[in-house]
Write a protein that binds this ligand. Structure first.
Ligand code: ACO
Length: 378
């Protein structure tokens, strides 16, 4: 096989596009959005401001941010028709599918090219309101009005809990949304860009992103990590559980990463949040945290020599639990955050669009097989 004809399975090691949105520094365990350290953004910025940064390639001036916020907030409320769409989908599908159905309905009238930024902002603004109401409907409750002044994070907690959230809960979720907003071209972002490259629309690209994120190899690890902590049940059972798990060649969920072979910078940040969450929420959250701390230590001892460390999904389940997000919805919260990353990539790609159309190496039968009518095939 000639070098040019080599198949790069899983596209591993292949550069598929240029992007100024995010730099993953795997050597030092750092992540930057448009040059800004994501840990500093989580500490000092808001998900809304990070959304502006990703969509526009720079931080806003005050007046620009105020205009952006006004637009974003005006889109956070769902129209009566959108609420009906959410109810319809939430009753028939899982949370990721319900989110996708919402964007599918939104794409029914193909948006004009010049409006794409408008649609991008709308897509980002609606995501949390759709998920919050999806959770309500799936619990047998009615959708309620959004509270845009609470921000995207605060509003999502409000919709899920029907209560004005505590300030610490809003800060936690806002930080988590920032940390999950963008991460280069994982499968879901690549999928979204492939869709966009055909000059399809923003909403259709989000549908592709959502359906690709849904798979357990991509978006589902936080939930698996949660159930793993529940299965362990008590910090004193960690070591025996780990022995058994590794002997059975099962994986420690929330450990390992295709890109990071050292501690995932997002995990480092969320670990500190989980510690605070355990202190503030106590009870079950504290037990989950104590199990996680002990498991982290025991698993690092066994696995770090192979470049396996906690990834962000190891710690987020503890923070989600403190906020009141039920475990079946962790992946969907990740999705709500990542909508802006998908859309930012789509807008960036369109600046110099090229239809994505790779090649395949044919491995089938010799061409020229003789067609035998079905009656004569026996
Ligand atoms: N626990 C135990 N062993 C592991 C783990 C783990 N979590 N992860 C990898 N290994 C082992 C594998 O068994 C394999 O061992 P072997 O060489 O003896 O067969 C070796 O490490 C390499 O594993 P690969 O799957 O080839 O490595 P890859 O880089 O493709 O995997 C992945 C990355 C999929 C994340 C993997 O580490 C994993 O399955 N982790 C658990 C799931 C998880 O936490 N996913 C979240 C990723 S982060 C995110 O999506 C936000």
């Amino acid at each position: 096989m000639e070098a040019a004809q080599r198949v790069h399975k899983g596209l591993e090691g292949v550069y598929v596009l240029e992007s100024s949105l995010c730099l993953i520094d795997t050597e030092h365990g750092k992540l930057y959005y448009v040059g800004y350290d994501v840990e500093e953004l989580a500490e000092k910025s808001s998900y809304e401001e990070v959304s502006y940064l990703l969509l526009n390639g720079r931080l806003p001036r005050r007046s620009e941010f105020e205009a952006f916020l006004t637009k974003l907030r005006s889109e956070m409320e769902l129209t009566p028709e959108e609420k009906r769409d959410v109810q319809y989908a939430a009753k028939r599908t899982g949370p990721m599918d319900a989110l996708a159905a919402f964007y599918l309905f939104a794409s029914k009238d193909p948006p004009q090219a010049k409006d794409q930024m408008e649609h991008a902002i709308k897509a980002v603004a609606k995501a949390g309101s759709v998920l919050g109401n999806t959770i309500r409907v799936q619990r047998g409750e009615e959708p309620i009005e959004s509270q845009p002044e609470l921000g995207i994070a605060g509003n999502l907690i409000y919709l899920v809990t029907s209560k004005r959230p505590e300030q610490y809960q809003v800060e936690f979720l806002d930080d988590i949304l920032i940390l999950h907003a963008e991460h280069g071209v994982p499968a879901s972002t690549f999928g979204a860009v492939v869709t966009a490259s055909t000059l399809s629309d923003v909403y259709s690209s989000i549908v592709t992103g959502l359906m690709t994120l849904k798979g357990p190899l991509h978006g589902g690890a936080a939930e698996a990590a949660y159930y793993q902590f529940v299965e362990i049940g008590d910090p004193d059972r960690v070591e025996s559980w780990l022995e058994r798990t590794l002997a059975e060649k099962r994986r420690v969920m929330g450990f390992g990463h295709r890109v990071y072979k050292i501690y995932d910078p997002r995990a480092k940040y969320v670990k500190a949040m989980a510690a605070r969450a355990a202190e503030l929420a106590g009870g079950r959250v504290k037990t989950l945290y104590e199990i996680a701390v002990r498991l982290e230590q025991a698993a690092i001892e066994k696995l770090s020599s192979r470049g396996l460390f906690p990834n962000v999904d190891f710690w987020t389940p503890i923070v989600y639990t403190a906020i009141g997000i039920p475990p079946g919805y962790f992946t969907a919260v990740f999705a709500v955050s990542r909508v802006v990353g998908w859309v930012a990539h789509v807008l960036e790609y369109w600046k110099d669009n090229r239809l994505i159309r790779p090649l395949h190496l044919y491995t089938g039968p010799e061409p020229g097989q003789r067609y035998v009518p079905i009656e004569a095939r026996g």
